[in-house]
Design a protein around this ligand. Sequence first.
Ligand code: URA
Length: 265
Amino acid sequence: MVGVMDSADTYWHDRALLEWQLELGAVDAIGNDPVDRYALETAKPAPKPATDAGTPRPAQPAPEVDAVAIAKAAAASASDLEGLAAAMQGFEQCELKRGARNFVFCDGQPSARVMIVGEAPGREEDRAGKPFVGRAGQLLDRMLDAIDLGRAHDDPARAVYITNVLPWRPPSNRTPDAAEIGMMLPFLERHIALADPDLLVVMGNTPCQALLGRTGITRIRGNWATVLDKPCLPMFHPAYLLRNPIAKREAWADLLDLNARLREI
Ligand code: URA
């Protein structure tokens, strides 16, 4: 016979169920809706202030996090390149970090006279943890070698130092967006200040956007600008040259110009 439970029966039934769950180790009460615990980590809600009548106020939206301000403070706290790398690795506001395998900071010689700034790691760089090691990087090495520069050059005066605007690979190598560039810019500026090269070379639109505030590499390439008090040469990105070999003629002219400028200063 199927009996009908009265309220006392329901109580003991529910209690037995709860005790059985506790015995199984279910010690955390959870709700009906899924909880994004990654979001909770960064945005813990403030306790609800009570109204005059003592009743809690309705929940307020979490305050917006100012990623650029956090990046500026972290970058300013770094007094050397090692400290800067650590500060960047501790920066949690850039979502690209979560999808990347490796943090890609630099290659070459930090004391070099020439500092090259690219866009962001691609697949090979993400795997290796080093900038410009894929096909575009190999072309870059050949371009530098043509004017007797290199990341591992024996002569420190002919060495280069290489970094990117972003240290984490964007998914599917997509172009970094303005917010990502903006929040990583304080780190890049600090990187340039700490490495203190004589000349900067910015390759492609992303570093031009970050450091010159404009894009349109086909128009601005070859035109020297000043960035953080340093002469700065915009050039085609080697990946662009792989797709458009005809543009290597302009790239060669820019390399010769870079070499001449190095000999002048
Ligand atoms: N392209 C870049 O801009 N940087 C790299 O490190 C690799 C490819």
